[in-house]
Structure formats: structure tokens, C-alpha cells
Design a protein around this ligand. Sequence first.
Ligand code: MG
Length: 304
Amino acid sequence: MRADTIPARFEVLDERFANCRGDSRFERLYDGCRWAEGPVYVPAGRYLVWSDIPNERMLRWDEMTGNVGLFRSPSGFSNGNTLDREGRLVTCEHGNRRVSRTEHDGTITVIADRFDGKRLNSPNDVVVRSDGSIWFTDPAYGIDSDYEGHQAASEIGACNVYRVDPQTAQVTLVADDFERPNGLAFSLDETLLYVADTRRNHIRVFPVDRNGDVGASKLFTDCTSGVFDGFRLDNTGRLWAGVGEGVHCFDPDGTLIGKLHLPEAVANLTFGGPQRNRLFITATTSLYSIRLNVTGAWTLSSSR
Ligand code: MG
């Protein structure tokens, strides 16, 4: 299937961004979503899966043919997706209020649906560390209304960040001082965890030790225009964030060095393609891609 193309507008705010640019056009790979989120590239299958939350479905774009088809429907109002260390799909489900794993045989395993005996709100985004631990955010967007899930009261009464132990499957609290935790990712060496708070509109960074214990956070950056949602790192540690108005790129020191402007509000993104230099962006109704002069951080979880 031939994709539409749209002129790409890069805004260079710092010379460190000048060499990051790539193609002069975005490709629009699909445009039939209601609210596109949670892209994950699957290298072994050369396809990308993402969520169309209000339509309660997951879609798959085939890199070899350009075709798009249903991956899963109903999807439990899925949102964020990633791959674990074995290449299995890990999915946040607003509607089922859980994080799940799709096994190699296609069956679905519940990874987490409760904390301290109470149901989760509506897991939003997820990342897997190299030790197999699964980290996710749990804001209330999927229980605030029936639009992206099922309206309900929060049992926990807070919007937290959690970690699932790879051996015991125990869910532990990582942070309880967020209003709407959303995107998250690890630094390249996994000594730092970045977490966005969409309501406060900033990204905070936590030190993480080898055992997965987290220290006190500090501010990484505020969002100067738009709203922080999902993000990924490239292989130099730059952070690429979906912010509504487009994509913002941050140096590891927290400086906003450049922007990509898109015609629709951006929620999330991921790097993919055989060389991992293709940025896939979920933006409202559409899935876009653009080849950049940078490479995504190489990991099966596609997020560090
Ligand atoms: Mg999100």
C-alpha cells in the first residue's frame, strides 16, 4: 500500500539537533484511528502494532507490504505496548485494568491487575528492564469516562508508578507522588528512570540501582508547549517525546534541542525498522513514520 507523504517540519533549537534530521517528508501509513497510542515495533516479524484506544482495537502495520489490518479486537481498550526480553508483547489495558503479556502461543497472561489488594486504575505505558522487571504507570484516564475504558471510581485513590518483580510477580510501588504518570523509559545504562507526569506537564528522573530500588526524583524538564505523553530514547541517550503539538527532542542534559511538527496531535512514538532509524509516531487518527539520522536505543523492550 502506498503511503501519503507530508512535508516534514523540523525546528532546530540547538545545534545538537541539526544532525538528527532525516527525510524531508513524513509518511502517513494509516489514518483511520480515533486516538492512536502505544506503538511497538516487532523486529522479528517486521511489523508494528499499536492501539486505537476508543475503538477498542489494536492494529498491525506490515513493513513488507505496507498493509494495515486488525491485530486484536476487542483489545480491552489497550494503550501502551512494549516487548519483553524474550520478544513477547506486553500491553497496558485500560478496560481490563491490567498489564498483560501475549505468550508465544498466543495465550494472554495477566502480569498485574491489583496493588495491595485493590484494582489498578488503567495502566497507560510500560517498559521492561533487562532484569525482566516490568515497570508501568497507572493514571486514571481509562476510568475517568467510558471513552477510553469503563468509567469507575479509583480503588487505590492515587495514580502511581509500579514495578513487577520478574521472579515473584509481586507489584511494588515505585512512586506515589504523581498526578497523572504517563510515558516512562530507562536511560541506556538503566541507572535512570524517566517518568512523565501529564497533568504537571514535566518529566522527572529517578536514580535506579542494580536491584531496581529507586531513589529520590528530580526534574528532568518541563514541557514548554504541548503536553507530555509517551517517549523513547535514541542510542545516544536523547529523549524523543510525544507532546501533542509534535515531537520534542531533549539532550540527556534536559535541554530541548529540537522539534518535529506534525499535522495532528502526537501521543506516542517508537523507533523501528531493520536499522532502527525509523521513527513511528502515533498521532490522533494516524500512524506516521520518518527516517532520521539517529538510531533508536537497541533493546527488545524498545525503550531504553
Ligand atoms: Mg500514554
